[in-house]
Design a protein around this ligand. Structure first.
Ligand code: NAD
Ligand code: TYD
Length: 340
């Protein structure tokens, strides 16, 4: 059986990926290497934890000995690298761990993958590496990298390293760059789950700046279907953008969430802007559509309704999260932002 090393598989997108993948295939063995940072949660993997073709290893992608051991022990021939520090606001509070995990960690994986002659290495990246757009235009795969936050610069560094390993060593790499995801199991530091949970708790909804920053939203399952296509059929050395052409200003999303929950707009609180806040992201995904036949399967209206419903039905999941270390993060992040 072919073995895939999936890193960061206990986080939001990685756990959705593993649950989706193992539900439809049993011809691969998945080794999930995850450090279980604040964002990693083994509860996310309940549906697969007893599968014979799945094993979880708690550990750091920066740990060379451990990574080497995993390649040897499980005869790894494929890698999908989801593991990352993923939140822009946290990267502004402290950047070192972002460069450690996102850059050095990717280097450890690439070096080991090179020695073990993997057949495919998929780097899960983000549209944020392209920087910020003005009122018009879309990011294509040709848009120069121009990251603005510690988070996006660490991801851009990793992307360039992946390309360098392709050009220098001929490594069989592929890269996906996706827009903002939403869906079940997303840690409630990101816009959509944070607003849902605050609204359910009748807490203020902190909207940064004028609320008119634009993100291009994609349902996590559509992202993972794209990853799977690129993993199987993507051309070596290529980058594929993924996005569902669903641009929305933040304030509209926040109002939509309130209306889904039957809550009033008096909960909205405009707060001090994020430093260096990228104004607009919007992605052109015509390459993956034309070359690999991908297209989003979910409409925003249906998928946001599913997502709100999931958080309503899974209060225990997020209740455990927000009662822990999250409290300290929330006060570090938001106490200095409130105006006045
Ligand atoms: P997440 O923060 O929910 O999960 C990250 C996972 O990585 C966690 O389980 C964490 O424990 C693990 N991890 C962190 N550091 C590690 C380390 N040193 N070693 C091993 N595991 C480690 O993030 P996510 O939203 O699921 O994002 C997954 C990937 O997708 C990231 O690479 C991110 O840059 C990329 N991405 C995210 C989005 C988005 O909207 N969330 C969009 C595009 C791309
Ligand atoms: P986020 O979910 O952190 O994703 P990213 O910064 O990677 O795009 O934020 C999405 C948008 O929502 C971004 O423009 C910042 C804004 N935002 C708020 O207005 N308030 C919040 O509390 C958060 C977390 C985000």
């Amino acid at each position: 059986m072919k073995s895939i090393l999936v890193t960061g598989g206990a986080g939001f997108i990685g756990s959705n990926y593993i649950n989706y993948f193992l539900n439809k295939r049993d011809d691969y063995f998945i080794v999930n290497l995850d450090k279980l940072t604040y964002a990693g949660n083994l509860e996310n993997l309940k549906p697969v934890e007893n599968k014979k073709n799945y094993v979880f290893v708690k550990g750091d992608i920066c740990n060379r000995e451990l990574v080497e051991y995993i390649f040897e022990r499980y005869n790894i021939k494929y890698v999908i690298n989801f593991a990352a520090e993923s939140h822009v606001d946290r990267s502004i509070l402290g950047s070192a761990i972002f460069y450690q995990t996102n850059v050095i960690g990717t280097n450890v994986l690439l070096e080991t993958a090179r020695r073990y002659e993997v057949e495919r290495f998929l780097q899960v990246s983000t549209d944020e590496v392209y920087g910020s757009l003005g009122a018009t235009g879309l990011f294509t795969e040709q848009t120069p990298l121009s990251p603005n936050s510690p988070y996006s610069s660490s991801k851009a560094g990793a992307d360039m390293m992946v390309q360098a390993f392709y050009h220098t060593y001929g490594m069989p790499v592929v890269t996906t760059r996706c827009s903002n995801n939403y869906g079940p199991l997303q840690f409630p530091e990101k816009l959509i789950p944070l607003m849902i949970i605050n609204a359910l708790n009748n807490k203020k909804l902190p909207v940064y700046g004028d609320g008119m920053n634009v993100r291009d939203w994609i349902y996590v399952i559509d992202h993972n279907i794209g990853i799977d296509l690129v993993f199987n059929d993507g051309k070596i050395g290529e980058v594929y953008n993924l996005g569902a052409s669903n641009e929305m200003p933040n304030i509209e999303i926040v109002k939509l969430i309130l209306s889904h929950l039957g809550k009033g707009e008096e909960l909205i609180e405009y707060v001090k802007d994020r430093p260096g806040h990228d104004r607009r992201y919007a992605i052109d995904s015509s390459k993956i559509q034309k070359e690999l036949g991908w297209k989003p399967q979910y409409t925003f209206d249906d998928a946001i309704a599913n997502t709100v419903e999931w958080y309503l039905s899974n209060k225990e999941w997020w209740g455990r999260i927000i009662s822990g270390e999250y409290q300290k993060y929330y006060s570090d992040q938001y106490s200095t932002r409130i105006k006045g």
